[in-house]
Design a protein around this ligand. Structure first.
Ligand code: FAD
Ligand code: UDP
Length: 375
C-alpha cells in the first residue's frame, strides 16, 4: 500500500489533520488506530439501555475560538448546552467553580455579604481568581475564605485525581476552575458551548469520510509501519512510547470508569456532581443532561482516578501531569522529534504532552496543517 501520509491515532488531532490533508491538499492518508473505534477519548456509543454514553469520561465541547467552532460545524449540528457542576461540601451541594452563590449557600447571610463586598472590592465583580492566588490575599478574612475553599473544594479532589497537592502541580491545573466573583453558575464561560447533536462518533465519521482517507482500526502502527509506503507521518500517541522510553517514561494519570444505570428518569439535578471530600471517586456525570436524550431511565459515569501502568493494557494514559520535572523530560523528547527533520510530526494531548481540551487539540491540528500546507 502506498499513501502520502500515515497518521497514527483517530482522535481529534489525527482526524482533523487527515481531513485537512485529504480535502485541501488532495493527498492520500492512512489513519491507523489501535482501538476498535474512531474518536479517540471523545468516542461515544449507545449502551445496552440505549443511552448515549462517553466511553472515556464525560466530554463537553466549549471554546472561544470561532475558527474551531466553524471548522467542526462542517461536520455536525450542535445542541446548545451549558454544563453545571455542584460539589458536595459539608452536606450541601454548591456550585463549582466556587462563586458568590456558593458563598451564600455555605455561610450565614451577614457574613457572606461582608465577604462578597471584600471580594468585589479586592478583585472586582466578574473576575476569576485562581485559588492558589487567593490564598495569598492580604486581607485576613479573604485568606480565611481562600483556605476554606482550598480545603473543601480543591485539596481532597486534587489528591484523589493526581495523588499530588495543588502546590505540587503547575498552577494552571487548579487554575482551570478559578473562584469566580459572579452569580454565573456555569462551569465554563466560553462563547461557544454545545454538544454535537448526534454525538461525537457520528461527527468523527463525517470528518473521516473522504475518498482520500482510509482508516485501519484495531492496529498499532508498529505492526504495519514496515509494510506501508508513505512519505510523511503524523503521530498523535504518547511521545515517550514512540521513542521507546529512551529518556524514561513520562508519567500520566489514569481513570477507571464505572457506568451505572438507574430505573428512573433523572438521578442528579445537574450534569456533574463533584465529591472533593468523600468517596474514592471524584465525580459522577449523568449523560442525559449533556446529550439531551429523553428516556425513562438514566446512566451515570463514575470516575475513579488511578495511577497509570504503561505495561498494563487496561490502563489508558488519560492525563499528562503538568509539573516542571515532567516538562523537562518532555523537552528531551521534543529534541528527539526535531532531529527527525519533519519526516514525523508530533501533535496532540499525548504527543505534545499537554493538558489540551478538545478545542485546543483541534486548534493545534489546524495550525499544524497550515504549517504543512505552506511548506
Ligand atoms: P486522543 O483522543 O487521546 O487520541 C489519540 C489516539 O491515538 C487514541 O485513539 C489512541 O488509541 C491512538 N493511538 C495511540 N498510540 C497508538 C499507536 N501506537 N497506534 C495506533 N493508534 C494509537 N476536553 C474538552 O474539551 N471537554 C471535556 O469535557 C473533556 N473531558 C475530558 C474527560 C476526560 C476523562 C479526559 C481523559 C479528557 C477530556 N477532555 C475534554 C480532553 C479530550 O479528551 C482531549 O483534548 C482530546 O481527546 C485530545 O485528542 P487527541 O487526538 O490529541 O488524543
Ligand atoms: N478541581 C478541584 N475540585 C473541583 C474541581 C476541580 O480540586 O471540584 C481541580 C482538580 O485538581 C482538577 C482540576 O481542578 O484536576 C481541573 O479540573 P477540571 O474539571 O478542569 O478537570 P478535567 O475535566 O480535565 O478532569
Amino acid at each position: 500500500m502506498k499513501v502520502d501520509w500515515l497518521i497514527v491515532g483517530a482522535g481529534f488531532t489525527g482526524a482533523v489533520l487527515a481531513e485537512r490533508i485529504a480535502s485541501q491538499l488532495d493527498q492520500k492518508v492512512l489513519v491507523v488506530e489501535k482501538r476498535n473505534h474512531i474518536g479517540g477519548n471523545a468516542y461515544d456509543y449507545y449502551n445496552e439501555h440505549g443511552v448515549l454514553v462517553h466511553k472515556y469520561g464525560p466530554h463537553i465541547f466549549h471554546t472561544n475560538s470561532k475558527k474551531v467552532r466553524d471548522y467542526l460545524s462542517q461536520f455536525t449540528e450542535w445542541r446548545p448546552y451549558y454544563h453545571r457542576v455542584l460539589a458536595s461540601v459539608e452536606g450541601k451541594l454548591v456550585p463549582v467553580p466556587f462563586n458568590l452563590n456558593s458563598l451564600y449557600a455555605l455561610f450565614p447571610p451577614k457574613y457572606a455579604e461582608r465577604l462578597e463586598e471584600k471580594l468585589i472590592c479586592t478583585y472586582g465583580f466578574g473576575v476569576k481568581v485562581p485559588i492558589l492566588k487567593m490564598k495569598e490575599a492580604k486581607d485576613e478574612e479573604l485568606r480565611f475564605l481562600a483556605d476554606y475553599i482550598y480545603k473543601n473544594i480543591f485539596y481532597g479532589y486534587t489528591i484523589k485525581q493526581w495523588e499530588l497537592t495543588p502546590e505540587e502541580l503547575d498552577p494552571s491545573v487548579t487554575g482551570r476552575v478559578p473562584v469566580y466573583i459572579s452569580r454565573d453558575d456555569r462551569y465554563f464561560q466560553d462563547t461557544y458551548q454545545a454538544m454535537p447533536k448526534q454525538g461525537y462518533t457520528a461527527m468523527f465519521g463525517r470528518i473521516l469520510s473522504h475518498k482520500n482517507i482510509k482508516v485501519l482500526l484495531n492496529t498499532d502502527y508498529r505492526e504495519i509501519v514496515r509494510e506501508i509506503r508513505f512519505n510523511r507521518m503524523i503521530y498523535t500517541g504518547p511521545i515517550d512510547v514512540y521513542f521507546d522510553y529512551m529518556h524514561g517514561s513520562l508519567p500520566y494519570r489514569s481513570l477507571r470508569f464505572e457506568f451505572l444505570t438507574f430505573d428512573r428518569e433523572w438521578q442528579q439535578e445537574v450534569g456533574t456532581l463533584n465529591y472533593p471530600n468523600e468517596y474514592d471517586f471524584t465525580r459522577t456525570t449523568e449523560l442525559k443532561h449533556l446529550t439531551g436524550q429523553r428516556l425513562p431511565w438514566t446512566t451515570l459515569i463514575v470516575e475513579y482516578p488511578q495511577a497509570y501502568q504503561p505495561e498494563n493494557i487496561n490502563f489508558e494514559p488519560y492525563y499528562p501531569i503538568p509539573r516542571e520535572e515532567n516538562r523537562l523530560r518532555y523537552s528531551l523528547y521534543e529534541k528527539e522529534a526535531a532531529k527527525l527533520g519533519g519526516s514525523v510530526l508530533f501533535a496532540g494531548r499525548l504527543a505534545d504532552y499537554k493538558y489540551y481540551n478538545m478545542d485546543q487539540a483541534v486548534a493545534r491540528a489546524l495550525k499544524l496543517f497550515e504549517e504543512i500546507a505552506h511548506g
